[in-house]
Design a protein around this ligand. Structure first.
Ligand code: PGA
Length: 280
């Protein structure tokens, strides 16, 4: 399946070798609403942490549900594996029942996934473009690294809207940041039809959207240096078997992994990613 065929980024070019900078690949495990009981999270982390810790040529981050953040953070203290949350509120504190602020996450984790499509699809005032932008700013203000998710629907691809949709999403999410702040963000490009479906995008299509559309949108706002420094992951049905094909692509700096990150062979996925990244 090649839904980005043709239209995406037509007329633009990928940067040449001298324009590329060294971006350390980052593999982030999005557990979603799974392994949330501290004991089950701990059991899983204990199974994978030794092997995962060894694969240190790529950055590794585990993103459990809030309820397991403390347990996972403690289990990973002596390792080089990072921890991330899956969402947060943009306000510091106050009357926001059930919400978690950036301040509450500091000390527990270093990353936070923001604007995931499953949250955007659920709708509401906390997942508008403006709310996601406020979350990005709040995360950065507390030294958390945002993993900002963007991606288009199948209907938008078919209408040839990929470029405008993902450019607008990334532009809105990073609006008002300094160049230094923008460069610290991680972007996850996740075409919606590929999430949890077992049908990944082709590596060439993902590479094209990331290189020609997302980096271009960042370059327009923050300059080519920032565009080349920002790490941009691919997400959507990544597996131990297909990760290498994404990692050998020059524009793809890692993956945001859902379902495959819940299995012990996630270690193989990360190992395959690191090996493939070393070849590019
Ligand atoms: P998936 O999920 O790997 O299960 O497709 C990816 C994501 O939603 O981040």
């Amino acid at each position: 399946m090649a839904p980005h065929r043709g239209a995406a980024g037509a007329g633009k070019r990928l940067p040449n070798e001298s324009e590329k900078t060294m971006r350390r690949p980052i593999l982030a495990a999005n557990w979603k609403m799974n392994l949330g009981r501290p004991q089950e999270a701990l059991e899983f982390v204990r199974r994978i942490r030794y092997a995962l810790n060894e694969i240190d040529t790529v950055e590794r981050v585990l993103c459990p549900p809030f309820t397991a953040l403390t347990a996972v953070a403690e289990a990973l203290t002596a390792t080089s594996i990072g921890v991330g949350a899956q969402n947060m509120h943009f306000e510091e504190k106050g009357a926001h029942t059930g919400e978690i602020s950036a301040e509450m996450l500091t000390g527990l984790c270093q990353f936070v996934i923001l604007g995931h499509s499953e949250r955007r699809a659920a709708g509401g005032a906390l997942e508008t473009e403006m709310a996601i932008n406020r979350k990005v700013r709040a995360a950065l203000a507390h030294d958390l690294t945002p993993i900002v998710c963007v991606g288009e629907t199948l209907a938008q691809i078919e209408k040839g809207e990929t470029q405008s949709v993902v450019s607008d999403q990334v532009g809105a999410a990073l609006d008002g940041l300094t160049s230094e702040q923008a460069a610290r963000c991680v972007i996850a490009y996740e075409p919606l039809w590929a999430i949890g479906t077992g049908k990944a995008a082709t590596p060439a299509d993902a590479n094209r959207v990331i290189g020609l559309i997302l980096r271009a949108a960042i370059a327009v706002r923050f300059g080519e240096g920032v565009a080349q420094a920002v790490r941009i992951q691919y997400g959507g049905s990544v597996t131990p078997a297909n990760i290498a094909s994404f990692m050998t692509m020059p524009e793809i700096d890692g993956a945001l992994v859902g379902g495959a990150s819940l299995k012990p062979d996630y270690v193989d996925l990360v190992r395959n990613a690191a090996e493939a990244a070393g070849r590019r």
